[in-house]
Design a protein. Structure first.
Length: 94
């Protein structure tokens, strides 16, 4: 079941990135929905997808660096990737 959710999320991410969604209104945040990210993780994932560092994410979100480090680790785990570069590549941005 978990793998199906990941595969569906990957498809949705690609469709959103390449403008293939029929409604045209879906973005990466919606595509990541299938990963079960919390609201804070979604905020961090959106910035992480831009290739920003943990410090930059913390500054933009106005939260402690340690919180961002925990969120990034959770995002990577839930995404099933081994690192930031692989996460960005999975979004079609790398």
């Amino acid at each position: 079941m978990r793998e199906e959710g990941l595969k569906e999320a990957e498809k949705r991410i690609k469709r959103a990135l390449y403008g293939e969604e029929p409604s045209g209104g879906h973005d990466i945040e919606v595509a990541l929905e299938g990963l079960g990210l919390s609201a804070g993780e979604m905020d961090a994932a959106r910035i992480l997808a831009q290739g920003r560092s943990d410090k930059e994410i913390a500054d933009e979100l106005g939260c402690p660096l340690r919180t961002v480090q925990n969120r990034v680790a959770s995002i990577l785990r839930k995404s099933g990737v081994r690192g930031r570069a692989e996460f960005i590549a999975s979004l079609g941005r790398g």
